[in-house]
Design a protein. Structure first.
Length: 280
């Protein structure tokens, strides 16, 4: 077990030694600064919803509300882009450069090698979302300081809720983890495509295209009766963690589907990778 953890640590170091790994972090910081500048000048778009609900706008216009708005507005599209970029590169790039031959010359199975790389992609997905969530929270604190209420709104799952600071901070921490787990599906799709004999850019574009098409079909209302077949429908389950009374069976079902999809994609990716001739 200690050897496995050491190898996983080495994969993480290799990942974070690449410059492109940090593109997502930089892009998120720039976007957050831009959004907070716009909010400071023009106000938060959800202020009308707060006022329309008969609540105190000043109280609920807090760091948590701002951070949640930034998170919801940017996490899907930008997160999909940069997770696809990293996960689509992790196997295909090393296969293209010939590094995979050197790795497989050592006494390590292909399954173990792929598992290490897949766990690295998944860890990166969770870490990137945590970075986005808590940097947005820190920027929110610079504008509104500590305290206030938390206005949570997730139109995708029809959730609108009001919390005081303490419970709101707990819910915000929960959704930061929930979104991270949901976004592992995107890295799983890119990882699966990366296992084929294709260019890293093709794996990235393929994963991003699939997610965007899935999202467009769902939001366009073309498959209202079959939304359970669309992966983005289940990825949005994190929004239910903001409900005042959380429907835990529905939440667990959503994350179970995500887990099954991830395991299936890894298994299929391993089957493809196992059939490839990498040593000749």
């Amino acid at each position: 077990m200690s050897l496995f953890l050491h190898q996983w640590y080495s994969e993480l170091l290799k990942l974070f030694a690449r410059r492109r790994t940090y593109i997502g972090f930089g892009a998120f910081v720039l976007l957050q600064i831009l959004i907070f500048m716009l909010v400071k000048k023009f106000g938060l778009p959800t202020q009308r919803l707060i006022a329309g609900s008969g609540e105190n706008v000043t109280y609920y216009l807090s760091a948590l509300t701002l951070a949640s708005f930034v998170l919801g507005a940017s996490v899907f599209l930008l997160g999909a882009l940069f997770l696809s970029l990293v996960a689509g590169d992790i196997v295909a790039k090393e296969g293209e450069d010939g590094h995979m031959r050197l790795l497989l010359a050592r006494p390590i199975s292909r399954f173990r090698l792929l598992l290490l790389k897949y766990l690295t992609c998944s860890a990166y997905a969770v870490f990137l979302i945590q970075f986005l969530a808590w940097t947005a929270f820190l920027l929110g604190l610079t504008l509104h300081g500590w305290g206030g209420g938390y206005f949570a709104v997730v139109p995708e799952v029809s959730v609108i809720a009001f919390y005081d600071w303490g419970p709101g901070l707990q819910r915000y921490a929960c959704i930061s983890i929930g979104i991270g787990l949901s976004m592992t599906t995107i890295s799983s799709i890119a990882f699966f495509l990366s296992c084929f004999r294709i260019k890293p850019a093709a794996a990235t574009i393929g994963a991003l295209t699939y997610i965007l098409v899935d999202f467009i079909i769902r939001t366009g209302g073309f498959m209202d009766s079959y939304q359970h077949l669309l992966v983005t429908k289940h990825m949005a389950v994190w929004g239910r963690l903001l409900s005042e009374n959380i429907d835990w069976p529905l939440v667990l079902r959503g994350y179970t589907v995500i887990a099954v999809v991830n395991i299936t994609l890894f298994t299929l990716g391993y089957a493809v990778f196992e059939s490839r001739d990498l040593k000749s």
